[in-house]
Design a protein around this ligand. Sequence first.
Ligand SMILES: [Zn+2]
Length: 224
Amino acid sequence: MRRTVFHNALIGWLGVVLSGSIALAGEAGIFSFPVGEAGTPPTVAPSANGYHIAQGFNTSVDYLNGAPDGGWCMRNGAQDDRYREKSACEGAGGRWYYGHTGVDLSNRTSGGDVRAIANGIVRKISRNIDGWGNLVRIEHTLPNGEIVYSQSGHMLRIDAAVQEGVPVVLGQKIGEVGTTGNSTSPHLHLEVKKDNSNGPGYLFDDAGNQMKTFYDPPAGPPDS
Ligand SMILES: [Zn+2]
């Protein structure tokens, strides 16, 4: 299985030089962009990468102190800017969304390659769990030993070689950009998080507790 995965990685990945230590579950010493041209970062405006940041990371909401109304209203499957307060939104039958725990990368087209941002081990694949659509979560060990997880959602499909417990290498294709789950147009939702759960990512309070968000699926129990 490992040999097969690595072989696929070599075929699928042409743009990045693999490091000398080809440890299959190796340290995530190098990170790269998962869509478009790996050496060119996506920017807010369409860039040479081919993808742009359709929505960025938003930590503007203070969840611990009563969750002010920073956010937006979704009604009938679309953002409705006429309702700028939570109570008004919900009164009109909408749902209020707080914040955004990752970055949305889009070229408005389904089917582009989604690649692993670093070496790691696949810890979760799922299809249409909560609002994530097709989801892949990869565990990465940083050079200092810290563990982080990259989580990709809304994918059109997940590559057949990507299975839970299987190593992936930097740049390996893991799936394709899509709009499955809670998504209104093709994009990759990518976030980096500290816990191995389906829930949203890198939002922690001063005590180190993960905070809630209501944009993406609620935090669930850790997956083994
Ligand atoms: Zn997103």
